[in-house]
Design a protein around this ligand. Structure first.
Ligand code: NAD
Length: 420
């Protein structure tokens, strides 16, 4: 791959390209930005795991804490064969800005293990998760660093983390992770929260652009936690979902897909392919297919300098973290695409994670309607604040979102006097 393209798709470079620009527009003091820009702690662990066939394997894992200035650090655990430290750094720093944007008292963290869960047995994954947790035991905790789910990690993995931590401290500590099963201190609405947040920001964007929901065609890349929940909720609200994809391929029907039926089909067959009444479409092709809203909800670097000029969508709503490169941003701006940046669009997940943490610490659990109402309020408020900020400073939505978030964290740092 050409060096320039490799730089374009490096997650950390892509992340700091935007935050550096936002800090510059804010005219932030250089020294202060030096503190805010870099992660405060980076841990690499090499974890021995006994495999089911008796052999020993060593897996490499990371945990990056970007900031603890506004509260404990918070962020996902990702299991992926291609995970890198730069990816974890980028995710951790993005979480700092995301939490500040929705104004919840967390800093950002991220981590995970280089592994391929598709090729591992459940017991192997459990041993890996428990050992990874033990390696990090001193830095985790409800007041320190609170992991949550991300790619290839689910509520079972969160339950194992919670159990391992609790055994170590000799009492049950539910607030050490979020995204847990309901019976173990999870929150109603957490599973769908990121997808619900995507729907709320799309509703708000339609209002801004005077578009009609029932005539709005949506394409969604990714049918995991984020993509499938967004598809289901948006389908029920009246959006026309015309295409979806997973890493195994995608489907398209210009008249709309019955997402409830597809959900059941995907559950039964672990693939979308073969679902009746649709044509197959390549996942890359799906991104440049005609639609009104495009929701990348899979992995990084899907919209780059190589395909951004071919996008047809009027609205790009970023379900995934980092689906668009900084180079692609410029092309999308020229095309006047309305971008709802990841740190706003997918912030529903961490918002309800915050509600889960609050409920765990109170020992008092809210009904689902309360969770959804509070989420709705938080996301709509943040959407309005980002647009106002972007308009006031004559920048695009992404840079507006970063400016607002960086401004909030910088303010906290000045108030605390760290920067005295
Ligand atoms: P997941 O593991 O549940 O699902 C990932 C989905 O993406 C799967 O359907 C997979 O097949 C698909 N996929 C992977 N590569 C693809 C490709 N090249 N083309 C099409 N599909 C592809 O993960 P998730 O939790 O849904 O997370 C998805 C994204 O959303 C990630 O970027 C994650 O960081 C971000 N995110 C997740 C949450 C959350 O609450 N889970 C919150 C905020 C952001």
């Amino acid at each position: 791959m050409a060096t320039a393209y490799l730089e374009e798709v490096n997650p950390w470079e892509a992340q700091v390209a935007r935050s550096d620009l936002a800090a510059k527009k804010l005219k932030l003091d250089e020294g202060l930005w030096k503190i805010l820009r870099e992660p405060s702690l980076e841990i690499i662990v090499h974890i021995p795991v006994q495999m089911d066939n008796g052999t020993l394997e060593i897996f490499t894992g990371f945990r990056v804490q970007h900031s603890i200035d506004r509260g404990p650090s918070k962020g996902g655990i990702r299991y992926s064969p291609t995970l890198t430290l730069d990816e974890a750094r980028a995710l951790a720093s993005r979480m700092t800005w995301k939490c500040a944007l929705v104004n919840i008292p967390f800093g950002g963290a991220a981590g995970g293990v280089i592994c391929d869960p598709d090729k591992m047995a459940k017991r192997e994954l459990e041993r890996l998760t428990r050992r990874y947790t033990m390696e990090l035991i001193e830095v985790l905790g409800p007041e320190k660093d609170v992991p949550g789910p991300d790619i290839n990690t689910d509520e079972q993995i969160m339950a194992w983390i919670m159990d391992t931590y609790s055994m170590h401290v000799h009492h049950t500590v539910t607030a050490v992770v979020t995204g847990k099963p309901l019976e173990l201190g999870g929150s109603h609405g957490r599973n769908e929260a990121t997808g619900r947040g995507l729907m709320i920001v799309c509703d708000e964007a339609l209002k801004r652009l005077s578009m009609n929901r029932d005539q709005t065609r949506v394409l969604i890349q990714g049918f995991g936690n984020v993509g499938s929940n967004a598809a289901r909720l948006m389908h029920r609200r009246g959006y026309k979902i015309v295409g979806v994809s997973t890493s195994k391929g995608g489907l398209y029907n210009k008249n709309g897909i019955d997402i409830d039926a597809l959900w059941m089909y995907h559950k039964r067959n672990s693939t979308l392919i073969g679902f009746p009444g649709t044509e197959e479409i390549d996942s890359e092709e799906l991104l440049v297919t005609d639609c009104d809203i495009l929701i990348p909800a899979a992995v990084e670097n899907q919209i780059t300098s190589r395909n951004a000029d071919r996008l047809k969508a009027q609205i790009l709503c970023e379900g995934a973290n980092g689906p668009t490169t900084a180079e692609a941003d410029d092309i999308l701006a020229d095309k006047r695409v309305f971008v709802i940046p990841d740190i706003l669009a997918n912030s529903g997940g961490v918002t309800v994670s915050y509600f889960e943490w609050v409920q765990d610490r109170q020992g008092y659990f809210w009904p689902e309607s309360e969770v959804n109402d509070q989420l709705d309020h938080t996301i709509r408020t943040s959407f309005a604040e980002v647009l106002q900020y972007a308009e006031r400073h004559a920048v695009n939505n992404r840079i507006g979102a970063y400016m607002l978030a960086i401004d909030r964290v910088a303010y906290t740092l000045r108030q605390r006097g760290i920067y005295a």
